[in-house]
Design a protein around this ligand. Sequence first.
Ligand code: PMP
Length: 411
Amino acid sequence: LVQRTADAALRTRAASVIPGGMYGHMNAAGLPEAYPQFMTRGEGSRVWDADGNEYLDFMCGWGPIVLGRKDPVVEAAVRAQLELGDLLDGPSPVMVDLAELLVELVPHADWAMLAKNGTDATTACVSIARASTGRRKVLVATGAYHGAIPWCTPRPGGVLPEDRAHLGYFDYNDVASLEAAVAEAGDDLAGIIVSPVRQELARDQEMATVEFARAIRTVCDRTGAVMILDDVRCGFRLDLGGSWEPLGVQPDLAAWSKAIANGYSLAAITGRDGLRSAASSIYVTGSFWYSAVSMAASMATLTQLRDTDALARMAASGQRLRDGLAAQSAAHGFVTTQTGPVQMPLLRFADDDAGSTLARTWTNEAVKRGVYLHPVHNWFLSAAHTSDDIDLALERTDDAFAELARLARQG
Ligand code: PMP
């Protein structure tokens, strides 16, 4: 079923010209053996690897694909902008259109800035908070991911203690630890950055409690610190106005990326009027930050999300998947947890070891059967996942559970 000839050849070539053969979140080296490293194309809810194997895609490019691959409306907008030009000597009018749209969609937003990656956006938010308050300390949740540069990268290589000298830490969903970190920062507290959902590798996801979200808002109001919501991963997948809208808690600044342009490279920072002058005082830019194609893609993505039932359909597919997986795992005698938003699922085995052996074995069997999941990182659905796709995926995951049960009996 699964051929790996082309993939193996590419891995060999990569090993001599790319450090470590691959790097970052798409490095397949740590994944179970059936996972391909290289992929060649995608369409709708499907991706194909370098050997031509087809997969039902439950990673969606690790989040950016929200409408489905090669969405016709987005692709038409991209082609139209490509005809005009992508990177000119000044920003294209679509930049203003998009900033207006973000201000329309996001309740806290009085202005928007555009960048390329989530890390650009979270880092700019931290700088804006410091520039506006004239203070240094920024609080983050222990274990939270906010990007891949020295102030926030999860790996220690190349990072100096000085890079993090003015960070403080609290535990997610723990108001007492938040208060303690705030007290320690004292009158030097510039801001608090938090993600809408606790999403860490090989750990059940945790929805934020209303109490926790409100406590962050209250602390920021009390101290004059800036509340930053890192909506890079969840943004535009759960609620177009921001992922804490259902909790009724609005930040002062938010960082966005991933789903903003259905796979084209774009990030955004939105903020309140009070932070407008601080935002214009910092110097942030990049050679590709003004590329109009991604902005045109974003207009087409966000207007479709606004004007269609795409988000509701994605939630319904996510629920169908969750219900199906829950029934299957129980039928095969496994105790599993499924946590986080249904559009961003994660299944874990209650009895798994520290190395997530059961999850790795099960997802490996799923990959062999053409369902691309991840053993320890949350998955992503898109609006292109139909109920037929979910049912086909479930047929195959049922086989994967059966195989896992068989392997477990063998010991
Ligand atoms: N914040 C969160 C919550 C993220 O999930 C990510 C990316 N996984 C980032 C920030 C960084 O985004 P990027 O990889 O686009 O720089």
